[in-house]
Design a binder for this molecule. Structure first.
Ligand SMILES: [Zn+2]
Length: 370
């Protein structure tokens, strides 16, 4: 009989193994094209954390290579009992994909503003009169999910998937993004050509509080540029020094947000180039590149998710089977992207033209799994 100690050690060994796999996967993702592919996949599984989306992707790929699943990309994942709730059963011999599930604890305090005053409540323990109770994540544990293709039973309702012609922008996306730029206090300007914004496709000016996008591109490229600038508006401050130091990271983050927004609307992402991820990740002092990349992936996902949540547009699925009420998915999502934004820094500078025009190819969505 396994003792409690042995069970804990087994769980910790499993967690170590999971973290190792994740680190290995992220290390392989840091070259340009792979990073774009990983983000497009994360957009398809945006209800899961970036780490968990990566773990699901990795294990599904292994299952596909081993011939256990028929499709190279997963569609919807859920837990064993969640599939049963939807009238489906995990097929015999299909191992689940290990992911990291949050472990939460309950904390109580009579003085919530004082960070040191919080004490963890024991199992079933009630707070004292006048105390406030909050749940907080205290760790992770391994959990299992299965892809739809590993289950059988009731059909899964397929929501309509957005389909786009070449160069076409998703319906309502420009207006929805523009409203969010304006809500952040920036005016949206359309300029006739790149000559007016330093040869760029778009430009965020933190002094004038404007976001400009050139009009002499197809609508898909314009809306992608607006999403990129909204990424800057929500994630980056006007601080000139910070901008100089982290320009590379800032551009990768903004372009990654734009990619996830586009992917969630069925736009083809093969035209995105997100260069030098490994180069900038190696330059952040005191942090392992792989940690920087993981943190960036999650920061980007949270921002994209907050933007997507406020849009009234037709979007592709988020990795959770239609009809499943997965409270955890909501808990993973931030209430609003501004929580991830820079604190208001002194408005010293600076207009940041995009570095050169990127190759913009937005052919029709082919319905690929990515
Ligand atoms: Zn930019």
């Amino acid at each position: 009989m396994a003792t409690r100690q042995e069970a804990r050690e087994a769980r910790e060994a499993k967690l170590d193994e999971l973290h190792e796999r994740l680190t290995g996967a992220v290390e392989r993702l840091v070259s340009g094209p792979d990073w774009a592919r990983a983000l497009a996949f994360a957009a398809r599984f945006r209800s899961r954390s970036f780490n968990n989306a990566t773990l699901i992707w990795l294990q599904h790929m292994e299952a596909f290579e081993a011939g256990r699943v028929s499709e190279p990309f997963p569609s919807y994942v859920a837990g064993y009992k969640q599939w049963q709730q939807l009238g489906r059963q995990v097929e015999k011999g299909q191992p689940g994909y290990q992911i990291l599930a949050p472990v939460t604890g309950r904390f109580a305090s009579a003085n919530p503003a004082d960070a040191d005053s919080w004490r963890r409540l024991g199992k079933g323990e009630k707070p004292r009169p006048g105390e406030v109770v909050r749940s907080k994540m205290v760790g992770v544990r391994p959990a299992y999910v299965w892809d739809a293709s590993q289950t059988s039973g009731d059909p899964i309702p397929e929501p309509p998937a957005p389909r786009l012609l070449e160069g076409e922008a998703p319906a309502g996306l420009w207006d929805g993004l523009a409203a969010q730029v304006e809500a952040a206090g920036f005016a949206v300007l359309r300029v006739p050509h790149e000559g007016m914004i330093h040869g760029a496709n778009g430009m965020t000016d933190y002094t004038a509080n404007t976001v400009a996008v050139r009009e002499n591109m197809d609508p898909a490229a314009q809306v992608k540029t607006l999403a990129h600038e909204l990424g800057h508006v929500l994630l980056h401050g006007p601080d000139a020094e910070e901008a100089r130091q982290h320009r590379g990271i800032g551009e990768v983050e903004a372009e990654s947000v734009a990619l996830m927004i586009g992917a969630a609307h069925g736009m083809d992402t093969s035209g995105y180039t997100i260069p030098y991820v490994s180069t900038w990740a190696a330059r952040v002092d005191g942090r392992e590149p792989v940690e920087v990349v993981k943190a960036t992936g999650e920061r980007v996902r949270k921002t994209a998710l907050a933007i997507l949540d406020q849009l009234d547009t037709e979007q592709i699925g988020d990795g959770t089977p239609p009809g499943l009420d997965r409270d955890a998915a909501r808990r993973e999502a931030p209430a609003h992207a501004r929580s991830a934004a820079e604190p208001a820094a002194p408005r010293r500078v600076a207009s940041l033209p995009e570095p050169g025009a990127r190759p913009v190819a937005v052919p029709a969505f082919e319905g690929r799994g990515l």
